[in-house]
Design a protein around this ligand. Structure first.
Ligand code: PEP
Ligand code: MG
Length: 325
């Protein structure tokens, strides 16, 4: 790391007029905590635990989960760690075929749906999360929540495994914050109900764009339609922020969108105060935030919300970024 970047590490992530922005990191493997700490991340905003499945030839046991999570939590040394439960299926397949061959895997048995149908996968993971929570500030987050019933089922299961741990005398913590990803339009539409049953929200712009625009995010034939700055997606983000704020529910954005400096400023202008980005983007995003005032971000957002195409949004953001940063 260059000297200038090392210096940036210890400076707060705040705008010129001192509005503090939480800047956390997205990780897939425990070894990544080192680069997060080196770059001054406030915490882990998204730990994609399915990579435990994708990186080994055998199915991970509860102990494997526990060891991986404990390592991350210990190394982050009191900083928050948001552990997202398994997001397998569709583009992220595990070892054994967990579902029949599906015609539309992105609309199929993936993510929380798959976990809720395969409790032999889900329970060991939830037990490991609660056990690892003894070592630091652990928060659990459920992916792809579409209905309130799914959220309630997942929360109930968390309570059941806590009781099991308690009966077996295994050390654990159960009073941890429970969050959900906002990445399906239905969740945004019903968000005023969800916020009553959840401790925090994190917008997954990768899937939110995919499901809002009806574009498979991995299909090259429709890649030009896959735009996280599509005005339809931006409206859903703006709506989510308003509902979260009205209910005092903490909200972050952890999709790839937040790692683009211009888009990060737009999100701040829309009212987002917590971003989670890949470790390699931490510096870039922090530098952009430290170059602008909140007013400038708000003006960017006001202008952007008048546009009717992703192309106009992106061109404008590039333009503003080169002026400001
Ligand atoms: C997202 O969908 O934006 C997200 C952060 O999750 P993933 O990319 O792992 O689906
Ligand atoms: Mg997602």
């Amino acid at each position: 790391l260059s000297a200038r970047l090392a210096e940036l590490k210890d400076l707060p992530t705040e705008t010129v007029d001192k509005v503090r922005i939480g800047l956390s990191a997205n990780i897939e493997f425990p070894y990544e905590t080192e680069s997060c700490l080196e770059r001054g991340a406030d915490g882990i905003g998204l730990y994609r635990t399915e990579f435990l499945y994708l990186s080994s030839s055998e199915e991970p046991s509860e102990e494997d989960h526990y060891e991986a999570y404990s390592q991350v939590v210990r190394e982050m040394n009191g900083r928050p760690v948001v552990i997202r439960t398994l997001d397998l299926g569709a583009d992220k397949m595990g070892h054994r075929p967990l579902a029949e061959q599906e015609h539309n895997p992105f609309l199929g048995l993936r993510s929380i749906r798959l976990s809720l149908k395969n409790l032999d996968l889900f329970r060991p993971q939830l037990r490991a999360v609660l056990r690892a929570a003894v070592h630091g500030d652990v928060r659990v987050m459920f992916p792809l929540i579409t209905t309130i019933a799914e959220l309630r089922q997942a929360r109930m299961l968390l309570n059941v495994v806590a009781e099991d741990l308690s009966e077996s005398g295994i050390p654990y913590r159960s009073d941890i914050p429970v969050g959900m990803m906002v990445e399906v339009p239905a969740a945004v539409i019903m968000l005023d109900h969800f916020v009553k049953e959840i401790d925090f929200l994190s917008i997954g712009t990768n899937d939110l764009a995919q499901y809002t625009l009806a574009v498979d995010r991995s299909n090259e034939y429709v890649a030009d339609l896959y735009q996280s700055c599509d005005p339809a997606v931006l409206r859903l983000i703006a709506t989510s922020v308003k509902i979260a704020d009205a209910n005092h529910t903490p909200l972050a954005v952890c999709g790839e969108m937040s790692s683009n400096p211009g888009r990060a400023l737009l999100l701040i202008g829309l009212g987002v105060r917590n971003l989670s980005v890949p470790p390699s983007s931490l510096h870039r995003v922090k530098k952009a935030i430290r170059s602008v005032t909140l007013k400038q971000c708000t003006q960017i957002a006001e202008r952007v919300m008048t546009f009717d195409s992703a192309r106009d949004v992106d061109l404008y953001l590039q333009d503003r970024l080169s002026d400001l940063v």
